[in-house]
Design a protein around this ligand. Sequence first.
Ligand SMILES: Cc1cc2nc3c(=O)[nH]c(=O)nc-3n(C[C@H](O)[C@H](O)[C@H](O)COP(=O)(O)O)c2cc1C
Length: 146
Amino acid sequence: MDQNPLFSPYQLGRLMLPNRMIMALMTRGRANPDGTPNSLMAQYYSQRATAGLIVTEATPVSRKAIGWVGAPGIYTDTHVSGWSGVTDSVHRAGGRIFLQLWHMGRVSHPDFLMIVDGFEVLRIHGKPGDPDLPPLIIFHAFRLNR
Ligand SMILES: Cc1cc2nc3c(=O)[nH]c(=O)nc-3n(C[C@H](O)[C@H](O)[C@H](O)COP(=O)(O)O)c2cc1C
């Protein structure tokens, strides 16, 4: 084993990490406007493939989960195919990569939530970030095709 434990391998489930450096999860805001991961992201992550493990930026799991501009999503087939480009690229460079699944919850800005699956948000209950409230966005909604 190397003198420095940071450079020694670590068995993580079925994955053997060649070292113990795990890349911090960092939002980059470089996805396409519809949230599709692109070649710039594939380049960014594959350049970091020598980390023991890469964990991606926070990735919204639904249209209702978005919290900032440029975030990649993982809730459409196009997103999944964009992510495949990223993971293929990292694997080709010899790396390992996990995706951080994310829901912004009630601290998201209402602008991101105005149109949600054919519903329009009328009012979000509670104050964003209030620790006494459950981590859910609760909203009154009505169908847009009135
Ligand atoms: C630009 C930037 C983007 C970040 N994006 C995420 C993110 O997407 N998901 C997450 O869990 N943490 C995110 N973080 C938090 C980092 O992963 C890390 O936990 C945090 O910076 C703590 O390390 P520090 O105290 O040395 O800054 C982000 C941090 C920075 C500086």
